[in-house]
Design a protein around this ligand. Structure first.
Ligand code: GDP
Length: 367
């Protein structure tokens, strides 16, 4: 497009090339007057928000805008990928504003897990990462679990002010907001879109009863998420859809677990012990002797060891080794976006492999 066209709904520059990116409108929409982007169109006509993603610079702009505005920030994370879906810079921008931290997709955790324990863990981890949320919630936006409590808290803490919902792509932010729209407004066509006042930000405004608004910000891409390293079909395999059934492996020293062909855990030393894997039930886990692991990977990546599927193997970055000594009891070895492996006793030496660029880390056990 040679001439810049602006969406009358949210103020973003319209583009017709990439459906996933901000400002997309199908070419036919350019013939209409006024012109609005697909995201505003869906909100206006179906009361549904659609997630689009931002570049890092756009993200900084948005954070900056939120930093200057007055209101409540609702930060959504994916409880299955807590660290991978954390927005690291947020606390520097929010200043003294109240933040509510919402862990979505709680339906994926085993039913036996105590929610109070997880929220305590979230509070502590948030603090360690520099954020002091006023309160912490666990919800399943998909199933509707916990939504009433969050909505009540939002209403209480916003104190008549605006609300900004932030989160990186894939945390379920659209599902969350769509749920709020449904629960709060029923079916009536009360949603409007409007230009975010005083800035060039492309937020979507959902009016609240008292004249203030809830703002949906576009999803932010966290580059180290596994989701960016696999194609759509494989993403379906590694994204859990229902309650995770932990798989326990009693490993001897010098044994290896392959998680499809996307990650690998070598147990180097520490005596025979259990490793508990929390990953998508559909992800194939293969155990082998460590001495055979390299050869197995070379020969069977994309076949026995998949995802990735054969046709996608070449695009997968090489696996990189991360060496850890587990010093604390109850430690999770986290493969960002793929899940984690819990080791209950300290003293193990492990090597965790993931594609170059994917986050791998240790943390105090979530469960
Ligand atoms: P957004 O990119 O943050 O707007 O995320 P979406 O709302 O598009 O959701 C991303 C993915 O997470 C989709 O596959 C959703 O079906 C899924 N999802 C959203 N909320 C939940 C939830 O509460 N539980 C589970 N298991 N999946 C969810």
């Amino acid at each position: 497009m040679s001439e810049q066209v602006i969406c009358i709904g949210c103020g973003v520059t319209i583009q017709t090339e990439d459906e996933k990116k901000i400002g997309y409108a199908p070419p036919s929409a350019l013939e209409r007057d006024p012109i609005i982007c697909q995201r505003c169109f869906r909100l206006k006509h179906y009361n549904e928000v659609q997630d689009v993603s931002l570049t890092d610079d756009d993200f900084l702009n948005i954070l900056h805008g939120i930093g200057q505005a007055d209101g409540l920030v609702v930060k959504i994370v994916d409880i299955f990928d807590f660290n991978g879906s954390w927005l690291p810079g947020l606390h520097r921008f929010v200043g003294k504003k109240d933040v509510l931290l919402v862990g979505n997709k709680v339906d994926l955790l085993p039913k036996s897990v105590k929610h109070e324990k997880v929220t305590r863990w979230m509070k502590q981890t948030a603090r360690e990462l520099g954020l002091q949320p006023r309160d912490v919630f666990l919800v399943s936006a998909h199933k509707g679990y916990g939504m009433k409590e969050v909505m009540t808290a939002i209403d209480e803490y916003r104190n008549g002010k605006d609300v900004y919902v932030v989160g990186c792509t894939n945390v379920g932010k659209s599902t969350f907001i769509n749920r709020i729209i449904k629960e709060a407004t029923g079916k009536g066509n009360v949603i409007t879109t409007s230009y975010f006042p005083g800035t060039t930000l492309d937020m979507i405004e959902i009016p609240l009863d008292d004249g203030s608004a809830l703002y949906d910000t576009p999803g932010i891409i966290n580059h180290h998420q596994m989701a960016h390293f696999v194609d759509k079909k494989d993403l379906k395999v590694i994204t859990p859809k229902k309650e995770i059934k932990p798989k326990v492996y009693q490993l001897n020293e010098q044994q290896t677990l392959f998680f499809g062909g996307l990650a690998r855990l070598d147990y180097v030393s520490g005596g025979r012990r259990p490793f508990v894997c929390y990953m998508s039930n559909e992800l194939f886990i293969h155990r082998t002797k460590r001495e055979h692991a390299d050869e197995l990977y070379e020969r069977h990546l994309g076949e026995l060891l998949q995802p990735p599927r054969k046709s996608y193997c070449e695009q997968l970055p090489p696996l990189v080794a991360h060496h850890f000594t587990l010093k604390e009891p109850k430690t999770d070895i986290v493969f960002s976006g793929l899940g984690w492996v819990t080791c209950h006793e300290p003293g193990a030496q492990v090597i965790a492999y993931a594609p170059k660029g994917v986050g791998v880390m240790l943390r105090k056990s979530l469960i």
